[in-house]
Ligand binder design. Structure first.
Ligand code: SDX
Length: 429
């Protein structure tokens, strides 16, 4: 029998089972609480709530540790590549050489999208934000790929997973090309995942596109850093959407919509806009003061995290990648990098940020790197969505395959009007 927790409620009490994970905090199983006591728990923002059991990603926020299926993010980023991380997240183990060859073959040959999708894009205004295009186009995949929407069929679940990983970069590149008025570029099977994405974004019909291996490696590593992150807001959105039985394409579209917010995946775009607004190092104190002012809604974008109360391990690798890209492109004196480095130094030594344990997160250095790679700020969150698609789909698959899975349906603390009778309009005050 597992240990239990006793909850005393006046003259009543109830026993709640304690459950232990492999590593990390234990949980108090409250599933029977309402049935036994008529009480709900209350945790807006889910600060103390485990929404599910998962084997995919583990975060230790105090230590700044991130593991994918047990492997530390720095080892995966430095020694592997993005498709290997995709295999690990989807299948639970690092692939053998044969498994990797087969997986790369399957993903590569699903990178094209139905040709009618290109006509779907012309329905958007030219100046539509690429994230709006991504929400629409990924959701529209369910209108084109009916043969992989039966979520009860394990084969169709894996086909849909491969299709999502393979087609999201193509849709993202098409969103970018449409945004800048250039022709779409078809995927190429002779290129790696990251090379293919850069080619689809930056090649033009008028001349050959030469792939810079340093930049392609940086792109691949940026994808790895953003692949999955436990039960963050967009992953929780995908799980909740999937719990109703919605098809995987619609669930991923819901995740993209949630990621768009500036408190979540939209922070990379907001962080670069913030660094641009600060402009020079001498203006940093003004913005630090605003971030500390309770009457000012301004926050340092790219700083702070619900879970990390230490340096985000991804931010360290992101900073190193940023330096590599800027060095390769001869931009190491980029004024934005100077402002970012000085802002980080000042914030990490400021009592306010130290007391609240606010450190740079993955979004702080990604914007500078993505801008140097040639992407406009409007594409930053799209790139986050491309990378996170594998995490969303892996978490969706795990939920669907969980025998205890039920539709997610939270309750509430109701503080509205008690029951009252209807009053005819002529008798209202
Ligand atoms: C991502 O969840 C994930 O895993 C997300 C993600 C992933 O991979 O999926 O890691 C990706 O979304 C990273 C986070 C990107 N967002 C930003 O960089 C936006 C700026 N940061 C924040 O708005 C904030 O830090 C959050 C949203 C990230 C976390 O918010 P919490 O956990 O709800 O914390 P909070 O808002 O309650 O803040 C606690 C205190 C507050 O002060 P008090 O009310 O206690 O006095 O810290 C302050 C906040 O005012 N604070 C900040 C701050 N972040 C928090 N003050 C200034 N600047 C900031 N950035």
């Amino acid at each position: 029998m597992n240990q239990s927790a006793k909850l005393a409620l006046g003259d009543k009490s109830t026993e709640l089972e304690l459950r232990h994970g492999t590593i990390g905090p234990d949980v108090v199983d409250i599933a029977s609480l309402y049935k036994n006591t008529g009480l709900f728990t209350y945790d807006p923002g889910f600060t103390s709530t485990a929404s599910c059991e998962s084997k995919i990603t583990y975060i230790d926020g105090d230590e700044g540790v991130l593991l994918h299926r047990g492997y530390p993010i720095d080892q995966l980023a430095e020694r592997g590549d993005f498709l290997e991380t995709c295999y690990l997240l989807l299948y639970g183990e690092l692939p053998t050489a044969h498994e990797m060859t087969d997986f790369v073959y399957r993903v590569t040959r699903h990178t094209m999208v139905h040709e009618q999708m290109s006509r779907f894009y012309t329905g958007f205004r030219r100046d539509a934000h690429p994230m709006a295009v991504m929400v629409g186009s990924v959701g529209a995949l369910s209108a084109f790929y009916h043969d992989s929407t039966d979520i009860a069929d394990p084969h169709q679940r894996m086909v849909a997973s491969i299709r999502m990983v393979a087609k999201t970069p193509t849709l993202a590149a098409m969103a970018y090309k449409y945004h800048i008025g250039q022709p779409f570029v078809y995927p190429r099977n002779d290129l790696s995942y990251a090379e293919n994405f850069l080619h689809m974004c930056f090649a033009v019909p008028c001349e050959p596109y030469h792939i810079n291996p340093v930049l392609a490696k940086a792109m691949d590593r940026i994808f790895i850093l953003h692949a999955d992150h436990e039960q963050n807001a967009s992953t929780s959105t995908v799980r909740l959407a999937g719990s109703s039985g919605a098809n995987p394409f619609a669930c991923i579209a819901a995740g993209i919509a949630c990621l768009w917010g500036p408190a979540h995946g939209g922070a990379n775009e907001a962080a670069l806009n913030m660094l641009t607004e600060i402009g020079t190092k001498d203006r940093i104190p003004e913005f630090i003061a605003r971030a500390k002012d309770k009457n000012d809604p301004f926050r340092l974008m790219g700083f702070g995290h619900r879970v990390y109360k230490n340096y985000d391990p991804r931010a360290k690798i992101m900073q190193q990648t940023c330096h590599e890209v800027l060095d390769e492109l001869g931009l190491k004196d980029d004024p934005l990098l100077e402002v970012a480095m000085e802002l980080e130094h000042i914030a990490l030594n400021d009592p306010y940020f130290i007391e609240k344990k606010l450190y740079p997160n993955v979004d702080f250095y990604s914007g500078i790197t993505l801008k140097a790679l040639g992407f406009p700020t409007t594409m930053f969150t799209v790139l986050f969505a491309v990378a996170r698609t594998v995490g969303w789909i892996a978490q969706w698959k795990e939920m669907i395959e969980d025998p205890h899975q039920r539709i997610g349906r939270p309750r509430q603390l109701y503080t509205g009007a008690p029951q009252r009778d209807y009053v005819a309009v002529g008798e209202r005050g």
